[in-house]
Design a protein around this ligand. Structure first.
Ligand code: SAH
Length: 458
């Protein structure tokens, strides 16, 4: 039979390939006969043998067979299940090399996509101790031959890797999982099966306030009751007196979405508290909260520095989530207006402002590209605008409005260097100048790059 025309690579052959870059997910990228190939577990500068495991019209995926030339940046991963687990992608790279790589990625995007030369990109601000940095974990729960598994999904699959140590989580999260696992075994709690939609326990979520030490445990269940829940509460509290909140989250839908809408508190409060800088936040099971609180503070301090406020400015914080950046900015601004599309996040934002006695912020629900043109039409302008959009970047209508509005400064926080570069290109063509670009490592051992950029009106 004739092969479909896109299958230009053979699945039976071993190919030698030079790895030239990494994706934001930490996959190595190279080319065979001009065709892009993605490979896990390899590094730029390496030459490797691979087998093709998948191909589409525009790219192929290869599996590493042998390393012919190894990168000087290669190290042995610290995690025993690194090869299988889909959590971290670049543990086989020294931490310093990750930081260099992230800076380089930003620089390349800005020059290639953004067409900007001579832009100052600072060294990535990394973590002094890039371990145990996550304040939230959501373990999927499954059952394999009668064995309860609570762990992480394998790369690009729903098989669960159960290891009792994950070094990017705090120790408590690892241990709480063991207590829950033992309890389920003893109490005969059934485990949810994605295929049949039967069984009770679906996920275990643990959140920890790094500054307060407060811990929340959430069991996501396909039902509304957990048998012997008193016993579980007792066991958890015996070992972890810092647990302030134990919640059953009810999720009876057959979907990939982890949390349901309804929460039943079976111990303590409905929320835990934590601080970013001097601001206190109440975090409930469904609240969005940045997962690396240490680097979040670094990022927000930078945002405040770049905003260059004197106390007289009106500032827009667009894509504001629960208003964390808005509160930071409120310290030095006359007035802050936060805009966010998710109504629940805006309710949290308002409550957070109240909780902290901040009265010079307002929050509006809606798409930034609708709300801001409306405000502008009513004569409301900002002196400084902060944007923190999702991966797809800012909407063109929003950018056009900012160009017309002519704020003194735009501070752009981005989780995707390519859309950042695209938007910078437009803004620099329309009268803004890039002053400084600062990558911040929010997610050590993953390929993700967070960047903050200061632009001024020319
Ligand atoms: N600045 C916040 C959150 C940034 S995440 C923080 O630092 O915590 C990006 C946010 O943009 C999400 O909360 C998402 O809900 C919101 N969002 C997505 N599209 C939007 C749009 N068109 N207008 C306004 N907000 C949007």
């Amino acid at each position: 039979m004739k092969q479909p025309s896109q299958n230009i690579l053979s699945q039976n052959k071993t190919y030698k390939i030079d790895i030239t870059g990494l994706t934001h997910e930490g996959q190595g990228v190279g080319k065979i006969q001009g065709f892009v190939v993605f490979v896990d577990g390899v590094l730029p500068g390496e030459n490797v043998d691979i087998k093709i495991v998948k191909q589409t019209k525009s790219y192929a995926v290869g599996r590493l067979v042998k390393i012919n030339r190894s990168s000087k940046d290669r190290v042995k991963p610290f995690c025993p299940v690194y090869d299988k687990c889909g959590g971290c992608a670049v543990q086989h790279m020294t931490y310093q090399a990750q930081l260099n790589f992230k800076k380089d990625t930003v620089l390349q995007n800005i020059t290639r996509i953004g067409g900007l030369q001579d832009v100052k990109v600072n060294d990535t601000i990394g973590m002094e101790n890039p371990y145990k940095y996550r304040n939230k974990v959501q373990y999927p729960v499954g059952c394999d031959n009668g064995e309860i598994k609570i762990g992480f999904y394998e790369t690009r699959s729903h098989n669960i890797i159960d290891s009792n140590l994950c070094d990017i989580q705090p120790d408590e999260s690892n241990k709480i999982r063991d207590v829950v696992r033992n309890f389920c075994k003893e109490a005969g709690v059934t485990i949810y099966d994605e295929k049949t939609g039967k069984g009770l326990l679906r996920h275990v979520m643990v959140r920890k306030g790094f500054k307060t030490g407060e811990i929340m445990v959430v069991l996501v269940i396909n039902g509304d009751k957990l048998i012997k829940s008193d016993e579980l509460v007792k066991k958890l509290l015996e070992e972890f007196p810092d647990i302030m909140s134990i919640i059953l989250n009810i999720n009876t839908r057959n979907t990939n979405i982890i949390l349901g809408d309804k929460n039943v508190c079976i111990y303590g409060q409905k929320y835990i508290s934590d601080y970013i800088g001097s601001f206190r936040f109440e975090i409930s099971p469904l609240s969005f909260f940045q997962v690396n609180p240490i680097q979040t503070e670094v990022l927000y301090e930078k945002a405040l520095e770049y905003a260059g406020l004197s106390g007289n400015e009106t500032v827009f914080d667009l894509y504001c989530g629960i208003g964390t950046i808005s509160l930071f900015l409120s310290q030095k601004a006359k007035r802050v207006v936060g805009v966010e599309v998710v109504a629940d996040a805006i309710s949290d934002a308002k409550r957070n402002a109240e909780l902290n006695g901040v009265s010079n912020v307002e929050f509006l629900v809606g798409e930034a590209e609708k709300v801001i043109p409306d405000l502008y039409a009513q004569g409301v302008k900002a002196d400084v605008v902060v944007v923190d959009p999702p991966r797809k970047g800012c909407d063109q209508v929003l950018l056009n409005t900012l160009v017309e509005m002519q704020p003194q400064r735009i501070v752009y926080v981005s989780c995707n260097p390519s859309t950042l570069a695209r938007d910078l290109k437009y803004l620099t063509e329309q009268g803004f100048e890039v002053m400084e670009v600062q990558p911040v490592d929010m997610f050590p051992w993953t390929g993700h790059v967070e960047t903050i950029c200061l632009m001024s009106k020319k």
